[in-house]
Design a protein around this ligand. Structure first.
Ligand code: RFL
Ligand code: PHB
Length: 392
């Protein structure tokens, strides 16, 4: 097989890149090691920045998003039994975010790609990337039990945190920065209408809790739990009781309870790999960087990476200039580090460390009070949450 751009990974990054390239007439092939059902069912992100929504719209992938996505004008911060609204349009000059599950973004992109191309192979696992420094790199992969080669002009690793692309960078040329957090998230899906119109980020006495949603009938909730927690130790009543305690305010508010349909625990880390390009191999999304989910940035960063990359490939295709592609890593990393900083700050401000002390707790509350009392401080949060500009 031969193609211009070989894409490893059919998550949001790989699928959107394929769509953007296809729209400008650049041929590509996507290799995805899992089944379609698995990729479409993976329960993950839910918050799309305005720029992410715009990108999906521009490539004709927002028909369902535009009818089913829930536009949010802010978030609520809860601490000290008080609730505070952060108004995004007022603080950012009109920006909003949209709640639309990653599962749905992926379903929409898969359906378009299977209908219109370019080729998307499921159960096609990339084993190795060869000659990334040359002008004709190749991907060796297994599909339907047969080993095959995909000859490319370029290879893009959109293969997530556990993929093979990042490991292909020579150790001496790459650098990894990592931070691990001493807590995890227990995430649940519940068949019950959301208890609020906006997302609630709560700093409770026993730790963080987040109220999100998937639809007018399905709630998505998260609880900070210790690393190594077994979801089996959290029967439904315990989950609801703890959520109740962490969201508690002085005043009227009720958390609606309903049947829990899924429960899982996710560890939290920050991870950045520099650079994001080596020869003709480029990385995008979780393959290059991971942020803790508190800032809701992971999927949005994956989208901004591939937007920059698609611009670069388009420039090369139309003008023969590789100027943008040559700056790909530098352009993306600027925004990646800003999102890494924001996600780290949000996480540290809202979670309780196992080695908590009174000094740290006072600082957390002082940060939260500053945000709710000072318009510039709130505007800074709103600008980061709704998404910093893409350097294009
Ligand atoms: P993905 O989604 O991991 O996709 C990578 C794909 O590559 C495939 N693959 C291979 N294919 C072929 N050959 C190989 N050798 C391969 N190795 C791997 C995998 O099967 C997979 O299909 O990465 P991508 O595309 O970069 O997308 C990134 C996002 O999925 C991720 O950043 C977000 O889900 C993070 N995230 C959130 N991001 C947001 O922007 N907003 C949120 O609200 C948000 N909430 C979350 C989140 C992530 C969470 N978890 C579970 C980590 C909430 C949670 C709980
Ligand atoms: C989600 O809806 O899954 C979600 C929303 C916001 C976050 C993290 C996860 O910060």
């Amino acid at each position: 097989m031969r193609t211009t751009v070989g894409i490893i990974g059919g998550g949001p990054a790989g699928l959107l890149l394929a769509r953007l390239l296809h729209r400008t007439g650049i041929d590509c092939v996507v290799l995805e090691r899992r089944t379609r059902a698995h990729v479409e069912g993976r329960q993950r992100a839910g918050m799309l920045e305005q720029g992410t929504v715009d990108a999906l719209r521009e490539c004709g992938a927002a028909e369902r998003l535009d009818t089913e996505g829930m536009v949010h004008h802010g978030i609520e911060l809860r601490f000290d039994r008080e609730r505070h609204h952060i108004d995004f349009p007022v603080l950012t000059g009109g920006r909003t975010v949209t709640i639309y599950a990653q599962t749905e973004v992926v379903k929409d992109l898969v359906a378009l790609q299977l209908a219109e191309g370019p080729p998307l192979l499921f159960e096609a696992e990339a084993l190795a990337i060869e000659r990334p420094e040359s002008e004709n790199p190749l991907v060796r992969f297994v599909h339907e039990g047969r080993e095959e080669s995909l000859h490319c002009d370029w290879v893009v690793g959109c293969d997530g945190f556990h993929g093979i692309a990042r490991g292909t960078f020579p150790a001496a040329l790459g650098r990894t920065h990592e931070h691990r957090y001493p807590y995890s998230w227990l995430g649940v899906l519940a068949d019950v209408a959301p208890s609020c119109e906006e997302l609630i980020y709560a700093r409770g006495e026993n730790g963080f809790a987040l109220h999100s949603m998937r639809s007018p009938r399905v709630s998505r909730l998260y609880l900070q739990v210790p690393n190594g927690t077994d979801p089996g130790d959290w029967p439904d009543d315990r989950v609801w009781d703890e959520l109740d305690a962490r969201f508690a305010i002085d005043g009227d508010w009720t958390l609606r309870r309903g049947p829990i349909t899924a429960k899982s625990v996710t560890g939290m880390r920050s991870h950045v790999h520099e650079p994001m390009r080596h020869g003709r191999l480029l990385l995008a999304g979780d393959a290059a960087h991971i942020v803790p989910p508190t800032g809701a940035k992971g999927l949005n960063l994956a989208v901004s990476d591939v937007r920059v990359m698609a611009r670069g490939f388009t420039q090369l295709h139309l003008t023969g200039s590789s100027q943008l592609l040559d700056r790909y890593s530098e352009l993306c990393l600027e925004r990646v580090w800003q999102a890494t900083r924001f996600s780290y700050d949000m996480t540290r401000m809202l979670h309780t460390r196992p080695d908590r002390d009174a000094f740290e707790e006072h600082l957390q509350l002082a940060r939260l009070r500053r945000i709710t009392a000072s318009r510039p401080a709130a505007a800074e949060l709103a600008a980061n949450y709704t998404g910093l500009p893409i350097p294009l």
